[in-house]
Ligand binder design. Structure first.
Ligand code: GLU
Length: 463
């Protein structure tokens, strides 16, 4: 049975798009193999917790369709799925390793550790714990029984640590270069390393698919699995997302939180589709496909090592393709929902054929269509110079008995001709009088939707 997971830490506003990208692979791999996909919250770094972060993260994952089979929200056979609720489990396991002499207590003060590190640096040595407490365990235990604060450290063996990564192949690290990792902190919380290994094992995780930033931690995890005598899961470390300039994706260059994109009116399915293309490509080279299709064709062995580029411009393009493929009634539904059901449905539905080809995200709708809902209060050019023209426009428009785009167009064309004004100039003036802007949806159709009375009103301001 394949069981995969994502284990996000609620240390940000929401889910990072990189977590969604690895989450997708985990989801697809589990579903493809009729297995389970689990969400576990790793909230043991109490100093970095962001209030409300976990809730938003779980909501976003739901909203975009990465539904978990087990999670803090829906529970499951291995609950709890939130690490802060599993503290006694970690402590028990850390103590077990101490008993097996594969871990040890350490009471070194931060000052001593700092001194030690500085001395090592001065001697150009790799900074790592000098095992002072390991060599004095009896004394250390006595101090602990007298109330001294302690941590538990993993005893890293002095040998090669080897494992196979499904994306990166064989990885070999010399134990000599690794620090005796703290497993249990003095506040009783586990470090990431202890928590992740204990939980992945107890929760029966078979494949750990995660970002490459965790690769340096994996040898320590291998030592932990081996120290406990547990079988290793399969590991796949996927490359981190990059900005188009190849720098690491960071908040400073582009939004990194899923909600930043959803709030702009990127559709969840388009976001997923785009993220699916990070480090993987469709066997038939398709750029647009559904989550179900992705699940059916995804294979971990096809994940590329090269760093994928997350380009928000490309994402908007793809989203635009999704919007164009939608039926008018679905797009109407999305637009209404995006604007909190505050726009009049009858107008929205009429405007969609005019803008469906033009918008790339739902938030493009209102800037383009605002003039359908209220008369412009700003005009992109000074129209007092065209008083004459608007007087005539008003008269001609008033005469029209069949208020349709075609008739409006014909009448305005012949007026432009009669007045000897260049078409481009004439229609630009008219467009601005109606919409306030130099660029708008097709003018005649827009005027038909606005209605004769409203158009005459808008024109009358300038005559
Ligand atoms: N808690 C880690 C994170 O925030 C999980 C890393 C892992 O998947 O092992 O991404």
């Amino acid at each position: 049975m394949v069981r995969t997971r994502i284990a996000p830490s609620p240390t940000g506003k929401d889910v990072h798009v990189g977590s969604i990208s690895t989450g997708l692979m985990n989801y697809a791999w589990a579903k493809k193999n009729h297995g389970q996909f689990i969400i576990r919250i790793e909230d043991t770094d109490r100093t970095r917790l962001v209030p409300g972060g976990e809730k938003r993260m779980l909501e976003t994952l739901e909203q975009i369709g990465l539904h978990a089979d087990e999670s803090p929200l829906i529970g499951g056979p291995y609950a709890p799925y939130r690490q802060s609720e599993r503290l006694s489990t970690y402590k028990k396991h850390a103590e077990e390793l101490v008993r097996k002499k594969m871990a040890y207590y350490c009471v070194c003060s931060p000052e001593r550790l700092d001194r030690m590190r500085k001395e090592q640096q001065a001697k150009k040595q790799i900074p790592k714990y000098d095992r002072h407490c390991y060599h004095n365990q009896e004394e250390v235990k006595k101090l602990i029984s007298q109330g001294e604060k302690y941590v538990i450290r993993l005893l890293i063996p002095d040998r090669k640590i080897v494992f196979n990564d499904l994306v990166r192949g064989k990885i070999e690290v010399d134990g000599k270069n690794l620090d005796d990792q703290v497993l249990l902190k003095s506040d009783g919380f586990p470090t990431y390393h202890l928590g992740v290994v204990v939980d992945d094992h107890l929760m029966g995780i078979t494949h750990v698919i995660r970002g490459e930033e965790w690769l340096p931690s994996t040898p320590k995890h291998i030592v932990l699995y081996e120290s406990f005598g547990w079988p290793l899961p399969l590991f796949a470390h996927v490359s981190l997302l990059r900005n188009p300039d190849k720098s690491k994706l960071s908040k400073r260059k582009n939004p990194v939180w899923a909600s930043d994109y959803l709030e702009k009116g990127i559709l969840p399915e388009a976001l997923l589709n785009y993220l699916a293309l990070m480090g993987w490509s469709h066997p038939q080279g398709k750029e647009i496909f559904s989550l179900d299709e992705y699940v059916s064709v995804f294979d971990i062995k096809d994940v590329q090592k090269t760093a994928p580029v997350f380009d928000p411009v490309k994402l908007e393009w793809l989203n635009g393709e999704y919007l164009r493929q939608m039926s008018i009634s679905n797009l109407k539904f999305e637009i209404l929902k995006f604007y909190n059901n505050k726009l009049p449905e009858d107008i929205v539905i009429k405007t969609i054929p005019l803008i469906q080809e033009r918008i790339k995200k739902l938030s493009d709708y209102l800037p383009l269509c605002e003039f359908f809902f209220r008369s412009p209060d700003k005009y992109e050019s000074d129209m007092s110079v065209s008083k004459e023209m608007f007087g005539q426009v008003f008269e001609e428009l008033e005469k029209i008995s069949d208020w349709k785009a075609g008739t409006i167009g014909e009448s305005m064309q012949s007026l432009a001709k009669k007045l000897g004004i260049k078409n481009s100039q004439f229609f630009m003036n008219l467009r601005i009088a109606i919409s306030g802007k130099k660029i708008s949806p097709p003018l005649n159709e827009s005027m038909e939707i606005l209605g004769q009375k409203e158009c005459l009103n808008r024109i009358s301001k300038f005559k």
